[in-house]
Structures are given as structure tokens and as C-alpha cells.
Design a protein. Structure first.
Length: 383
């Protein structure tokens, strides 16, 4: 087959679309010798673009190729945001907050227990922290708890030594020992609250957190009720009221305490205790400060419900303390009990709104002292 030749002696060819291939010269309007202006050939098109960059001129007479403002490569952790209507032009947008770069054009939020790495190109585990024994937030309560335990044991030893003396008998030895047991548990719970949460620790917290106060208030309630019934009965007859013997007093006290234990048992069945990691409490705006806190599954509402029975005993005891405020001066046990219950009510009335206000405050996350915690070791089943 022959080849067709044009009038200029050049072979005539066609591309796959049936079009004749083009050949173009590319010109640029340039300034020469600071005065002469003319078009100069800077390249050609013959199936592909060929430019002679060294012969091209740019504004201000520069020979350096300018950088396109819409085609700069994005840094790690930045996504390309395409300019509307210009597919080849984009802006670099940082993946901020808890986002990381998925691909060139998209960012994605890390999983709830993760935070982005330094350049936001991936995610890593949020550090797990817990209260340590050497933290100032733990040393101070432990110090006062130890002092309280020593003082309580000193009183117990004193009572045992003088167990058969008239003064100890007049105080009601049996209920006094019950009351001292409750006070001891109130101090001892400090160590359970600082210990590393696990199933055993969380279980003991549920049992003993409200038990100490229930024992104390049950003993005080039984005492004040006994005093009230004795003087009320004395106004009517000379016979002694029922259930004022030491054995009866212990039975009444233990019946009050058993209600607290029954409630805890029901709680155990309905919601078995366990520890968990709270990632929301310390999830700050700055991912670098985010922490997961190892906790027991006792919510603020559950804590108030756990202590609610103790508060009921306390209020009832206060009512009886008010009723017995007019007893003779020689019966000096009622007045200190009344004074104790009045001050306790004031403390509780201040504690409840402060506790819930702190728990619901939006500033809790930003102001929590993270230096009171240290990372929890992996071998302690923290995650």
C-alpha cells in the first residue's frame, strides 16, 4: 500500500480519531533589551508539549518558574479541599481536634478510646490513668484516715480495759462497740477508694461505702429512740418500756443494718460490679491532654442512692434528738448526740448540692488535676 504525500512532500497521516495530527509553535510575548517587545518561540506541540523553560520570561523579568497557589502539596495531617469549579485547584485543611487524615481528601474522627498522633496521620491509644498512693490527693486522706483509725482503736482498747466499770456500762457497752465499728469502717473505706479498681475492690466499695455510716447512724438512732421511749414512758407510768435491754438494742440495730446489706445484695444481682475506663471525663479539647480514668461502675446517682439509707437513718435520728432535747441535765448523753446530728445534717445539706454541681459542671474536664494520676500499667488489666 502506498503512502499519500502532500503538496509539501510530507506524508499525510491520521490519528485514531481520524484527525490529522497537529503541529504548533508556542510563542511568548517578551521584552528584549529593556525596550524591544516581540513574540519569541518557547516551545512546540507535536503529539506532546515541549517547552524550553530557560527561554521563558515571568513577571518582573524573573526566569524562575512561579509556584501555583492552588497546587501546593499538603503536609501530613492535612487534607485537600477542592476549590469549587476548579478541580485541579485545592486548599490544604488541617485535620484538627480528634481527627486524623484518612486519605488525600478526607479526615475522620478517631475511635472514642483513641486520639490522633502528633501529625494527625493516624490514631493511638489514650493513656489510662488512676489515682496513685503517692499522689498528694491520696496522701492527705490516708494520713487523716490513719489518725482516725488509731484514735478509734485507742477508744476501743480503753473500753475493753474498763469494760466492767459503771461509766462504760452507763454508756451502753454493746451499742458503743457497734458505733465504734461503724466509725472504724468510715475511716477504712478511704483505702478502698484509693486502691486500683477491679472486681474485688469495686465489690468491697459497694459493701462498705455506706455500711460504716449505716452502722453508726443505726447505733445512734437506737440510742436516741431508747432515751425518748424511756422518758415518754416515764410520763405515763413507772413501768419500763419494752425492748430497752442490751440484747434488744442490738437486735434493733442489726435490723437497721440488715436493710442496708439487703439493698447492696439486690444491687449486686441487678448490676454485678466491675471496673471500666471513663474516656469522657477527661476528654479535653486538646487531644494531648486526653486521659482515660480507671473507675468502678458506681455513678453519681448510684452513690447517692447507696448513701440514701444512711441519710434516712440520720434524719430519723435527728428527729429523735430534737424530741429528747428537754431531758434532765443529769442525763447528759442526749445533748451531745443531738449536737452531733445537727452538725451532720448541715454537712450533708452542703455536700449534696456541691457533689452534684461538681459532677455536672462543664469545667470539670478542663480543671481536673491530671498530675494526681499516673498511667496504669498494661499488666494490670486496665484496658
Amino acid at each position: 500500500m502506498g503512502v499519500n504525500v502532500g503538496s509539501a512532500g510530507v506524508p499525510v497521516t491520521f490519528n485514531e480519531n481520524g484527525d490529522a495530527p497537529g503541529h504548533y509553535d508556542i510563542y511568548q510575548y517578551q521584552v528584549k533589551d529593556n525596550s524591544t517587545r516581540a513574540y519569541s518561540v518557547i516551545g512546540e506541540w507535536a503529539n506532546k508539549l515541549n517547552l524550553n523553560i530557560r527561554t521563558m520570561q515571568w513577571p518582573s523579568g524573573s526566569r524562575q518558574v512561579p509556584v501555583s497557589i492552588c497546587s501546593l502539596p499538603c503536609k501530613p495531617g492535612e487534607r485537600k479541599k477542592i476549590v469549587k469549579g476548579i478541580p485541579c485547584c485545592w486548599h490544604c485543611e488541617l485535620c484538627d481536634g480528634y481527627q486524623y487524615q484518612v486519605d488525600k481528601y478526607n479526615c475522620k474522627v478517631c475511635h472514642f478510646d483513641m486520639r490522633p498522633n502528633e501529625n494527625h496521620t493516624g490514631c493511638r491509644q489514650i493513656p489510662i490513668v488512676k489515682l496513685e498512693w503517692y499522689s498528694p490527693w491520696a496522701v492527705a486522706p490516708v494520713f487523716f484516715a490513719i489518725i482516725g483509725i488509731i484514735a478509734t482503736l485507742f477508744v476501743v482498747v480503753t473500753f475493753i480495759r474498763y469494760n466492767d466499770t459503771p461509766i462504760v456500762k452507763a454508756l451502753g457497752r454493746e451499742l458503743s462497740y457497734v458505733l465504734l465499728t461503724g466509725i472504724f469502717l468510715c475511716y477504712a473505706i478511704t483505702f478502698l477508694m484509693i486502691a486500683e479498681p477491679d472486681v474485688a475492690i469495686c465489690s468491697m466499695r459497694r459493701i462498705f461505702l455506706g455500711l460504716g455510716m449505716s452502722i453508726s447512724y443505726a447505733a445512734l438512732l437506737t440510742k436516741t429512740n431508747r432515751i425518748y421511749r424511756i422518758f415518754e414512758q416515764g410520763k405515763k407510768s413507772v413501768s419500763a418500756p419494752r425492748f430497752i435491754s442490751p440484747a434488744s438494742q442490738l437486735m434493733i440495730t442489726f435490723s437497721f443494718i440488715s436493710v442496708q446489706l439487703l439493698g447492696v445484695c439486690i444491687w449486686f444481682i441487678a448490676d454485678p460490679p466491675h471496673s471500666y475506663i471513663d474516656y469522657d471525663d477527661q476528654k479535653t479539647a486538646n487531644p494531648k491532654l486526653a486521659r482515660g480514668i480507671l473507675k468502678c461502675d458506681i455513678s453519681d446517682l448510684s452513690l447517692i442512692c447507696l448513701l440514701g439509707y444512711s441519710m434516712l437513718l440520720m434524719v430519723t435520728c435527728t428527729v429523735y434528738a430534737i424530741k429528747t432535747r428537754g431531758v434532765p441535765e443529769t442525763f447528759n448523753e442526749a445533748k451531745p448526740i443531738g449536737f452531733t446530728m445537727y452538725t451532720t445534717c448541715i454537712v450533708w445539706l452542703a455536700f449534696i448540692p456541691i457533689f452534684f454541681g461538681t459532677a455536672q459542671s462543664a469545667e470539670k474536664v478542663s480543671t481536673a488535676p491530671l498530675n494526681a494520676f499516673t498511667p496504669c500499667r498494661k499488666d494490670k488489666n486496665c484496658v
